[in-house]
Design a protein around this ligand. Structure first.
Ligand code: ITT
Length: 200
């Protein structure tokens, strides 16, 4: 069975990718970066989601000798010119402080009326082989930002993004409902043919 490395220590992402690969009929053994504790985390020094996803995938493929998959994602707000974008996880200063990031963004958009609150989640998913071969694809979930959070599912900016065509925020969707329409779900599903072709 071909081993595939997922370049994250986020257990939720590993579970999500396992389900997508199984649905697609792929039978790879999927292991997270935690299986290689000696390999240091990769610095996300790129300026696009795709660059950061490729950086992480190449680093893990080189270090392990196995094909590796990585993703990078974030929230892009139209009226802010695409910010917070690649800086979504540390918008308020500390990496991963979801509440502070969300509060700061809501404050920044305080006077912005509904027609101008368009935003999207973006995700780049990359596959890299130890020989340097690479593929990268992107997925988006477009919607509108609420003026106050609603819902308790998910993470990050989920409580304020209402997907187009939905009356609920992402944090009011079940995990399965969100995976079906999410930027990450779309990107990982778009990567499946390349995984089959290059890392079969
Ligand atoms: P890695 O270890 O895999 O890098 P991470 O938590 O840093 O995990 P990302 O870089 O993919 O995750 O995500 C960056 C930020 O973008 C994340 O902290 C959230 O603030 C936001 N974000 C990304 N996807 C999201 C989603 O589905 N729902 C809500 N917020 C999301």
């Amino acid at each position: 069975m071909t081993r595939l490395i997922l370049a994250t220590r986020n257990a939720g992402k590993i579970t999500e990718l396992r389900a997508i690969l199984a649905d697609a009929g792929l039978t790879h053994e999927l292991v997270g970066a935690d299986a290689y504790p000696e390999i240091p985390d990769v610095k996300e020094t790129g300026v696009t989601f795709a660059e950061n996803a490729l950086l992480k995938a190449h680093a893990l493929a080189q270090a392990t000798g196995h094909p590796a998959i990585a993703d990078d994602s974030g929230l892009c707000v139209d009226v802010l010119g695409g910010a917070p974008g690649i800086f979504s996880a540390r918008w308020a200063g500390r990496h991963g402080d979801d509440q502070a990031n969300l509060d700061l963004l809501l404050a920044q958009l305080g006077d912005i009326s509904d027609p101008h609150r368009a935003a999207h989640f973006a995700c780049a998913a990359a596959l890299a082989l130890p020989d340097g071969t690479e593929r990268v694809v992107e997925g988006r979930l477009t919607g509108t930002l609420r003026t106050a959070p609603a819902g308790t599912n998910g993470f990050g900016y989920d409580p304020i993004l209402q997907p187009d065509g939905s009356a609920r925020t992402c944090a009011e969707l079940s995990p399965a409902e969100k995976n079906e329409i999410s930027h990450r779900g779309k990107a990982f599903r778009a990567l499946v043919p390349a995984i089959g072709e290059l890392a079969g």
